[in-house]
Design a protein around this ligand. Structure first.
Ligand SMILES: [Cu+2]
Ligand SMILES: [Zn+2]
Length: 211
């Protein structure tokens, strides 16, 4: 068995460090995508695997000078891999979520709340109780914000697909549901619904893209 997959393993974490060694994971992904056919006998299974890989992209734009691109890749029913690159952010942690609607008619506000098909409260991506759309925080440095996330609750097909929904990058750190929830309301303290992540700096609709 050719094992080109185990040198880098990325799992969902509460915080995703941007600008870290992301090239390693990209190399791993590329190696997987372009694994040469080892023998005629392996060819059939490789073809099936390629056909079962789905890919989507979200181009983030906003009014705050923040922009970026996020790609989503899923093989079969496996976890979805996210590779993001966002510019224009202040240094520090920023909440990153999948929101319910792919509607940007009123900018990022019309993308609605966090994608929450299971009726949960807001949490960290590693929590059992969380919105499906809770991707935690990404970290911006002076060099920008490049990140990798892997998550099992954001499929690219089926009843809970995120295709046609939106990704949103926020002004502030997401408190992951552990902060102040004393003032429910759009301008209040709403840790259990928003993570108090502040304004929506940029967003985009998640759409299918060729493999
Ligand atoms: Cu959000
Ligand atoms: Zn949430």
């Amino acid at each position: 068995m050719m094992a080109a997959t185990t040198t880098c393993t990325f799992t969902t974490a509460a915080r995703h460090v941007c600008g870290a060694n992301c090239a390693c994971a990209r190399a791993s992904l590329s190696a997987k995508a372009f694994t040469p056919r080892a023998s005629p006998g392996r060819a059939a299974s490789l073809v099936v695997r390629a056909a079962d890989e789905k890919k989507a992209v979200c181009v983030l734009t906003g009014t705050a000078g923040v922009e970026g691109t996020v790609t989503f890749t899923q093989s079969g029913d496996g976890p979805t891999k996210i590779v993001g690159d966002i510019s224009g952010l202040a240094e520090g942690l920023h909440g990153f979520h999948i929101h319910e609607f792919g509607d940007t008619t009123n900018g990022c506000m019309s993308t609605g709340p966090h994608f929450n098909p299971n009726g949960m409260t807001h949490g960290a991506p590693t929590d059992e109780i969380r919105h499906a759309g809770d991707m935690g925080n990404v970290t911006a440095t002076k060099d920008g914000c490049a990140f990798e996330i892997e998550d099992a609750q954001i499929p690219l097909s089926g009843a809970n697909t995120i295709v046609g929904r939106a990704c949103v990058i926020h002004e502030l750190e997401d408190d992951l549901g552990t902060g102040d929830h004393s003032e429910p309301g759009t301008q209040g303290k709403t840790s259990k619904t928003t993570g108090n992540a502040g304004g929506r700096l940029a967003c985009g609709v998640i759409g299918l893209t060729p493999n």
